[in-house]
Ligand binder design. Sequence first.
Ligand code: SF4
Ligand code: SF4
Length: 102
Amino acid sequence: MSEPTDCQSCGACCHATHPGHVPLTGEDHARLLPHEQETLVEFHGVRCFMKVADQRCVNLREEAGRFACAIYERRPQVCRDLELGDEACAFERERWGRELPS
Ligand code: SF4
Ligand code: SF4
């Protein structure tokens, strides 16, 4: 698999097979706007997660094959920590079968 150079042509790590894919910390939740806190997240017990629909985080947008996060400035820490080209990135791209331009 080629090395990734462009997250907007990928979006693999924003896809999800289960509702616990994108956990939020208390700080992550506080960073969201009030209407986002009401509509974008769900609680499983005391734990908070971004909602998932159609195997994607609800914040993932796709237009003409390009991906973007609708709340990029307020995205959770787990999304900030995953860096293009790191081990988790490679795992997600492998799982979703995405070949990226080199
Ligand atoms: S899986 Fe890697 S290349 Fe793809 S969007 Fe996530 S960080 Fe970027
Ligand atoms: S919050 Fe944004 S960056 Fe994080 S998984 Fe969802 S779409 Fe991707």
